[in-house]
Design a binder for this molecule. Structure first.
Ligand SMILES: [Zn+2]
Length: 56
């Protein structure tokens, strides 16, 4: 029988130890998850801006 490697309980972004089970599941601390979410919104806003610009 092989042992299944456990997921690393550290943030994949900043490497800080994760205590929250939900954060461990995400692989991200709450702060980094928020940052990544904010970055995604910026990317979405940019793509909207680019598509609008292209349509004109
Ligand atoms: Zn982090």
């Amino acid at each position: 029988m092989q042992r299944v490697p456990e997921p690393h309980p550290t943030c994949q972004r900043c490497g800080r130890p994760l205590k929250n089970p939900h954060s461990v599941e995400l692989g991200l601390g709450p702060t980094c998850a928020r940052k990544i979410y904010a970055e995604r919104q910026v990317t979405m806003d940019l793509s909207t801006y680019v598509s609008k610009k292209a349509a004109v």
